[in-house]
Design a protein around this ligand. Structure first.
Ligand code: 13P
Length: 341
């Protein structure tokens, strides 16, 4: 492992004014997104859609530091035969790859999940590196509900995240460590805070045990936020203050950067929260975005599967990328949110 090079990539991923496009929806998830815009989820449509994003020259060169791809996408070529990975590289962004293989029910823990995909991971990482991937992603899912999460679920997921991260670094790939506490449910922000604190503490404990070099990774957490169905929704300032406090308590300063998931927040909320955190300032790590839905909902709608809408889709993507890029520097304002065609 060359830690200096891993650190260089990790820092590039969280460059202020840039963030990560999470375009790594599994076939099942992208089908749900396409269903919502009445587009059939064929291999060609998935390719066309992602090609549209990666050819958004302004967004990709100015506001996107890296792109997380799904296995299908990393091997796909654009319509003119250029590998999609090359389009990303040519824009100056770094290609990354989702390497977990989804979740399975956790035995003895009703309603809880464990993320799988460690078998043969070392071999797969080697192939992804050869194809151009310089970072990877593994997502653990922790649900909040009555009596959950159990310590068992937190523990096995943290263990798997650390196993994955160690394998990535051995393959000269920067791991994005993503322990996601879901915002589904009616819990309040303080419950989310407590659960996320347990999850992050356990995750960093496992990372230490398994000798993961913190300078060569990026953390992708949820924010401390009210459950979607909670009657009392925390304000933007409360989310920002509590998330920063939580991260300061749990995330060592050796970690170069934190790139949030959007997790079901509206586009503008995700931007406002990131902006408010960066306005607090004085943080030991960079704070940016690694958004899926909050970057793609608008372009998906604008595109709607029609070739004649590609320019509109790219404008919508560029707008959201720019708003979040400003938020990564604490320079976003709500007045900049004018409608894009
Ligand atoms: P969302 O921003 O839509 O939560 O997706 C980010 C991601 O990569 C989840 O793993």
């Amino acid at each position: 492992m060359n830690l200096a090079d891993l650190n260089k990539v990790a820092l590039a991923m969280v460059t202020p004014g840039k963030g990560i496009l999470a375009a790594d929806e599994s076939s099942g998830t992208i089908k749900k997104r396409f269903d919502a815009i009445k587009v059939e989820s064929t291999e060609e449509n998935r390719r066309d859609y992602r090609e549209m994003l990666f050819r958004s020259t302004e967004a990709m060169s100015k506001y996107v530091s890296g792109v997380i791809l799904y296995d299908e996408t990393i091997w796909q070529n654009a319509k003119d035969g250029t590998p999609l990975v090359k389009l990303i590289e040519q824009s100056g962004a770094i290609p990354g790859i989702k390497v977990d293989e989804g979740t399975q029910a956790l035995p003895q823990c009703p309603g809880e999940l464990v993320t799988v995909g460690l078998d043969k991971l070392a071999e797969r990482l080697k192939k992804y590196y050869e194809r151009g991937a310089r970072f990877a992603k593994w997502r653990a899912v922790i649900d909040i509900g009555s009596g959950i999460p159990s310590m068992t679920a937190i523990s096995v997921n943290a263990h798997a995240l650390a196993r994955y991260a160690a394998l990535c670094q051995a393959a000269q790939i920067v791991p994005i460590v993503e322990p996601e506490v879901l915002m589904d449910g009616d819990h309040d922000i303080d419950r989310c805070y407590d659960v996320t604190q347990r999850v992050l503490n356990k995750t960093f404990q496992e990372l230490r045990v398994q000798r993961v070099e913190l300078e060569g990774m990026v953390l992708k957490p949820n924010m401390a936020i009210s459950g979607k169905k909670c009657a009392k929704q925390a304000s933007v300032d409360e989310v920002a203050e509590k998330t920063v406090r939580l991260l300061k308590a749990c995330v060592p300063a050796a970690v170069p950067g934190i790139a949030f998931l959007s997790g079901g927040q509206s586009d503008e909320e995700a931007t406002a929260h990131l902006d408010a955190m960066n306005r607090i300032g004085g943080l030991p790590w960079k704070l940016t975005f690694s958004y899926g839905r909050a970057l793609q909902a608008a372009p998906q709608k604008a595109w709607s599967g029609k070739a004649e809408n590609v320019a509109a889709g790219q404008r919508a993507f560029t707008h959201r990328a720019k708003m979040n890029a400003l938020a990564s520097k604490g320079e976003w304002e709500t007045g900049l949110e004018k409608k894009v065609a």
